[in-house]
Design a protein around this ligand. Structure first.
Ligand code: UTP
Length: 289
């Protein structure tokens, strides 16, 4: 049986240039979808999948993100005094168990692989999950929980994948597939951001990973890849051959909230999924169509 996954890394040190000027001072991961910041959705998804320890790889200007997961003593006092129990619960629900969250800094945004590598001391020698909060997934059970269930039987490295139009392969890490049963695809290689004509498939890696700690041995070399960044995909590719690598087609919808259109669609989908908002949003949409 595969070793249990207890820890998760949340790389949140990117610059979010696609969302400027909103992200000049506000971290992209704090952008709200309906009434919760993106990073909180990712944390809740991880918690529901059994994650117990949370490692945030932050950068300069991300302090509000740390404050979000801490007590806000004054706010809690005022809400208590005013009897606003639902609001108080919403605020308290943000808190994680004391000592179970850690922050480390990626001093320079050298790429996703480098961000994950910055979390190595907290992970140690055990399998771990990586969640990119700007990939927001509407799914029940959550995407990481679905992956954990599969991982328990197959072990190794498991990443969430999705078929994308061939014209978009240059935005993603793409699998070179040997075997595919429609749900699980075993890869013999990975290519980061290939041009459409060079892509070995259209099966793309999205922001959920379960990885064995061996990936750190390859990240240690700090080799640059596509875009001159230290790519997680390249390090994962090097583990193939010694560790099985599977892409898992999860059930649910993913929204790329790092892009403006993806973020707007996520707000629509998540508000339509909320019974307290659905009717109002549908009525609102009618006024625009
Ligand atoms: P993106 O590829 O979306 O990059 O990162 P970005 O810098 O955040 O945004 P754009 O492209 O400039 O608009 C995917 C995830 O990896 C993290 C980001 O915070 C995001 O969660 N990341 C990326 C880092 O933590 N460090 C990096 O050096 C790069």
């Amino acid at each position: 049986m595969a070793q249990r996954v207890r820890k998760a890394v949340f790389p949140v040190a990117g610059l979010g240039t696609r969302f400027l000027p909103a992200t000049k001072t506000l971290p992209k991961e704090m952008l709200p979808v309906v009434d919760k910041p993106l990073v909180q959705y990712a944390v809740e998804e991880a918690r529901a999948a059994g994650i117990e320890e949370f490692v945030f790889v932050t950068g300069r200007g991300k302090v509000v993100l740390e404050d979000h997961f801490d007590h806000s003593v004054e706010l809690e006092r005022v809400l208590t005094e005013r009897g606003k129990t639902a609001e108080l619960k919403a605020v308290l629900d943000c808190n994680l168990s004391p000592g179970k969250l850690s922050y480390t800094r990626q001093q320079e945004p050298l790429g996703l692989g480098h961000a994950v590598w910055c979390g190595r001391a907290f992970i140690g020698d055990e399998p771990f999950a990586v969640l990119l909060p700007d990939d927001l997934i509407l799914a029940e059970p959550g995407c990481l929980k679905q992956m954990m269930d599969v991982y328990e039987t197959i072990g190794g490295n498991v990443v969430a994948v999705e078929d994308v139009p061939r014209s978009q392969t240059s935005r993603y890490g793409i699998l070179d597939v040997v075997e595919d049963d429609g749900r699980l695809a075993r890869a013999k290689g990975l290519v980061e951001k290939p041009a459409p004509e060079k892509a070995p498939s259209t099966l793309s890696i999205i922001g959920r990973y379960i990885l064995q700690p061996d990936v750190f041995r390859h990240l240690d070399r700090q080799e640059r890849g596509a875009g001159n960044e230290i790519q997680l995909t390249d390090a994962m590719a090097k583990t193939i051959g010694s560790i099985p690598f599977h892409g898992f087609r999860f059930k649910g919808r993913r929204f790329d909230c790092g892009s403006k259109a993806g973020f707007i669609e996520a707000n629509l989908a998540f508000s339509l999924a909320r019974p307290d908002m659905r009717e109002d949003v549908l009525a609102m949409l009618k006024r625009y169509t």
